[in-house]
Design a protein around this ligand. Structure first.
Ligand code: VGL
Ligand code: ZN
Length: 211
């Protein structure tokens, strides 16, 4: 069944950037495979918004910023436990650019996140201190965009955090799982899917939204 999309629908494409695709610094398995589906969903939506992970050099989420640590470990920062990552999506680098196959021309907004050195930001709405807003909620509300479809990378980090925050903020929220790929660190994908389902996120497929 194809659900009807309206002017109140927005497609939010999360972090479809070179560093999260094969060959990138924090490659998500099959990350590039979602590009055709994302493009099809973008064509079917009147409103398209992109997020872009956008870290300064030496960002606090990089293992390289903390001597004696390794990527995929974790440390305690001022706001709590932070997973450490390889250096990725550094501002102005090729790795931070959108995948070259992504048709982003009709995007109305690009929301950058993770640009504050001491705080990481998975969610499109709040940074990892869970307090600092990105401004996206206000933008969506002012524009009457009440129903969101999230796609992109990675299912279990930036997509899930964004979807959970979207529900907390009162947006009708779906995630098209076939247009996402996961990092899956220690069972993080199963946990994220369970949390999203319990929060009332509609876990669906791109084919249900755009033929
Ligand atoms: C992401 C880890 C670090 C993501 C971003 O886009 O899911 N994951 N930065
Ligand atoms: Zn990042």
């Amino acid at each position: 069944m194809t659900a009807s999309l309206t002017s109140a629908d927005a497609l939010i494409v999360i972090d479809l950037q070179n560093d999260f695709c094969p060959g990138g610094a924090l490659a998500v398995g099959g990350g590039d495979e979602i590009v055709p589906l994302v493009n099809r969903l973008a064509a079917a939506h009147e409103h398209v918004i992109l997020t872009q992970d956008w870290h300064p050099k030496g960002h606090s989420s990089f293992a390289s910023s903390h001597p004696g640590t390794a990527p995929f470990g974790s440390i305690e920062l001022a706001y709590g436990t932070q997973t450490l990552w390889p250096d990725h999506c550094v501002q102005g680098t090729k790795g931070a650019e959108f995948h070259p196959g992504l048709d982003w021309t009709k995007a109305e907004l690009v929301i950058r996140k993770g640009f504050r050195a001491p705080i990481d930001s998975y969610s499109a709405f709040f940074e990892n201190d869970r307090k600092t807003p990105t401004g996206l909620a206000g933008y969506l509300r002012e524009r009457g965009l009440t129903r969101l479809t999230l796609v992109g990378l990675a299912t279990d980090f930036c997509v899930a955090y964004s979807a959970l925050d979207a529900r907390k903020l009162g947006f009708e929220t779906r995630v098209a799982l076939d247009a996402c790929r996961a990092i899956d660190l220690g069972g993080s994908l199963a946990t994220a899917e369970k949390q999203m389902r319990e929060a009332g996120v509609d876990l669906t497929q791109a084919s249900a939204l755009a033929a």
